[in-house]
Design a protein around this ligand. Structure first.
Ligand code: ADP
Ligand code: MG
Length: 767
């Protein structure tokens, strides 16, 4: 058992804005660092106030703005991943206000490969370990859960039909009689290698993105738990080690008072606060001594993370903080929370269990070998049951033994338990017969007492049958007991498997057929397809939609050009192309190195044969001097091998990068399509209510039918073009389409758009 308090780290998000006064001190002597905020006394509070000026918080380590993703992984995630590989449970959770870098830290940035976060790096590390450690057999499964407003959703739903969170399979919590938590409906997908695991991560993230609407802002208001289940076993052993690693991206920790939102958003804000409030309660309860009740059950998140908080788990918290001046209050409150968390002591156990199936196989093998050993010692082959003849002989022997008046006489049965047991049951039968035959003792008559009817079995036969029956009964009860034990063990094993055991694993095949495209085909689909007008803004597999009208295609081209992500998409495409070229070149180098090694080996062999033949001709069996040519060839082979190995290593790393970039690109494209879909529906709705006078001067727009029920795609496009004309005539810059879909929903974004001075298409023209 490893006793350990929850490890706490802080990470400061890089910023270009004016920061509050803060400092990071790395303590050389005692391991750890301090984060200090200095808040000036507020004059508005009056000249005399007791407000604190300096706030100091101690962490295991504080990562300042320039810390990169690799450092974070090395210092925070790697030790946890190591203990998970050793059979302990682990959890890493990120806590902080919205925008402080939780998702960036846990999952990674959406643009660059170097920005990949803890999840992809940990997957890479774990699979690398699997391939390097040949002393054990490993397997991994993945699950991905999102909790929003106290409801759980399975993000690994491969159907790609979810356009809202509610379309994803709903996950519910169940508790068994041992108070183990099970998550019903959460799929646990097996993933054989890093690529499959990454595909699952991106599938989950894509579902997460698609399901988010400006109204629910799920990414800031929900908790996401990515879990890697690891199982390992030494070859030939029936002991399994099962552990799980939760990587948790919590909801934004900002307080409702500050968000100041109303209506539906307020309910949701209350919810996150409620669920984070329950997390706080659990943490307070755990950090207080002598508290017997810990309120885990108050919320879904604390129920799911029960083991991570004060249980069988090695847990690490990353407090993500923003040092922008206006965020100082939230940052201090995040750090305060972390200090509480640091008081919690967990007790992580090595999760070992016996695999019942393997145990049975092993025991069977052991029985077989013991039988063989016995046969060798006794020189006779034994069956499980005595033969008819053996039984008959035994009966005679026992009969003789009983009838012999000599008290010294012995019953010699030899070292055979079957015969000993059978003789005992014969003797027992005789004693019982005698007892009941004496009569008058009130015992009910045994079957042998009942006078036999003509044609009915003889008393000896009945006795024999009774004995056999008795023996069978014994065997059955032994077997039933064994079965019960096995069932219990299997249940225990299943319960330990994880919180998530009740999910229904989806087959990878079905998932792959719908999401994971082969690398080449992903690359070859260079052009984004315009989403069809189906009402759902999805998705990866629907790329080859029905033929699109010219108007819609044209609109998509314009939309794509002006979209905020288009630069990233283009950059990533270019980078991907470059990486493919590099991979191709490296592949050629690897092949060249391999053929050079083969060629050198041939040369070496030829040389050795020649030397041997020469030796024979000269009558020398072993050459005295080492052959310099042979030595040189060996050296060359070694060098070539080294170069082959390093090039191959680079190629492998490049492959991972290419796969990651492809997935990033794929997700950006899905996002683009979703945004287009939203914008297009808004434009068509707007056309219905457009004012003809506003567009009268726009030239081509005069042909747009502005009345009537049915609008074609061409109508909408003509309408869009007309408005564009109007904008360019009035001397405004190109409209920013992408803002439009967010405008009506978030007051903060409206302000931002207005403040930036960029004319917004929808606001400025048709209102
Ligand atoms: P949260 O999940 O806490 O709401 P995000 O992780 O989404 O915050 O971060 C908000 C923005 O800041 C994102 O655009 C993200 O890419 C960026 N960001 C956060 N942390 C970093 C960092 N350490 N380096 C660079 N960019 C970051
Ligand atoms: Mg986030």
């Amino acid at each position: 058992m490893v006793k350990q308090t929850i490890q706490i780290f802080a990470r400061i998000r890089p910023t270009k804005k004016t920061t509050s006064v803060y400092s990071v001190d790395d303590d050389e002597e005692k391991a750890g660092s301090t984060l200090e905020f200095v808040v000036p006394r507020d004059l508005a509070d009056g000249f005399i106030n007791n407000k604190k000026e300096s706030y100091r918080f101690r962490f295991q380590k504080v990562f300042d703005q320039e810390a990169n993703q690799d450092e974070i992984f090395e210092a925070i995630a790697k030790p946890v991943a190591d203990s998970v590989l050793g059979g302990y449970n682990g959890t890493i959770f990120a806590y902080g206000q919205t925008g402080s870098g939780k998702t960036f830290t846990i999952t990674g940035g959406a643009e660059r490969y170097s920005d990949r976060g803890i999840i992809p790096r940990t997957l890479s590390y774990i699979y690398q370990h699997f391939s390097q450690d040949s002393s054990k057999m490993y397997s991994a499964h993945i699950s991905y859960l999102e909790i929003y407003n106290e409801d759980g959703y399975d993000l690994l739903d491969p159907r790609h039909e979810a356009s809202r969170l509610e379309d994803l399979p709903k996950v519910t919590i169940m508790e068994d009689e041992n108070q183990n938590i099970h998550l019903k409906n959460l799929s646990i997908q097996q993933s054989a290698n890093e690529e499959e695991a990454l595909n699952l991560l991106f599938l989950g993230d894509t579902n997460r993105m698609i399901a988010e609407t400006p109204m629910n802002q799920a990414s800031t208001r929900s908790h996401c738990i990515f879990t890697i289940h690891v199982c390992s076993r030494e070859p030939g052993s029936s002991t399994l080690r099962r552990s799980k690693l939760h990587l948790v991206d919590l909801a934004g920790s900002e307080r409702v008072g500050k968000t100041g939102v109303g209506g539906q958003l307020l309910t949701e804000a209350k919810y996150i606060n409620l669920s984070l409030h329950f997390l706080e309660q659990v943490i307070i309860a755990l950090s207080e001594k002598n508290r017997s009740h810990i309120p885990y059950r108050n919320s879904m998140m604390t129920s799911v993370l029960r083991d991570s908080l004060g249980g069988n788990c090695m847990t690490t918290m990353i407090a993500t903080v923003s040092v922008d001046k206006r965020n100082v209050d939230e940052s201090i409150s995040t750090c305060r929370f972390a200090q509480r968390v640091a008081l919690i002591r967990n007790e992580a156990l090595l999760n070992e269990e016996l695999d019942p199936a393997l145990l049975i196989i092993r025991l069977k093998r052991e029985i077989q070998s013991l039988k063989e050993e016995l046969a060798m010692v006794t020189g006779e082959q034994r069956e499980d049951q005595l033969t008819e003849e053996e039984i008959h002989n035994l009966e005679e022997q026992v009969q003789k033994f009983v009838e012999d008046p000599d008290p010294e006489v012995t019953l010699d049965l030899g070292p055979d338990m079957r015969k000993i047991h059978h003789s005992f049951s014969l003797l027992k039968g005789m004693v019982r017969d005698k007892l009941s035959g004496g009569g008058g003792d009130g015992e009910p008559p045994t079957p042998s007492d009942i006078p036999s009817k003509p044609g009915s079995p003889q008393p000896e036969e009945v006795k024999k049958l009774r004995d056999i029956l008795q023996q069978r009964d014994n065997e059955i009860s032994v077997l039933v007991n064994m079965l019960k034990k096995e069932k219990k063990k299997a249940q225990d094993a299943a319960a330990q498997l994880a919180v998530f055991i009740n999910g229904q694993p989806q087959s990878w095949h079905s998932l792959q057929s719908s999401t994971a495209m082969p690398a080449e085909s992903r690359m070859s689909q260079d052009k984004e397809a315009v989403p069809c007008d189906s009402g759902t803004s999805n998705a990866l597999h629907r790329r080859q939609g029905p033929e699109l009208s010219m108007g819609r295609q044209e609109a998509f081209e314009i939309f794509r050009r002006d979209h905020e992500d288009s630069v990233t998409i283009d950059d990533n495409k270019a980078l991907l192309k470059q990486r493919f070229a590099e991979a191709k070149a490296l592949g050629e180098q690897v092949n060249d190195a391999r053929s050079r090694v083969n060629e050198l080996k041939l040369q070496l062999e030829r040389r050795r044969r020649q030397t041997a033949a020469q030796g024979l001709a000269d009558g020398i069996a072993e050459p005295v001097e080492p052959d310099p040519v042979e030595e040189r060839l060996c050296e060359q082979i070694e060098e070539e091998k080294k170069s082959y190995k390093s090039t191959f290593g680079r190629l492998k790393a490049l492959k991972t990068e290419i796969e990651h970039l492809q997935l990033l690109l794929e997700r950006a494209k899905v996002k683009l399509q979703r945004d287009f879909q939203e914008w297009w529906s808004q434009e068509s709705a707007r056309l219905q209510t457009a004012d003809p006078r506003a567009l009268a001067t726009a030239g081509p727009s005069s042909s747009i039918p502005l009345t009537g029920d049915k609008r074609t795609d061409a109508d909408i496009m003509a309408f869009v073009r007309a408005r564009q004309n109007l904008l360019s005539r009035t001397g405004r810059a190109r409209p920013q389409f992408y803002i439009s879909s967010r405008l009506q929903c978030s007051p903060s974004i409206t302000q931002t758009a207005g403040a930036s001075g960029s004319p917004c298409f929808l606001m400025s023209v048709i209102t």
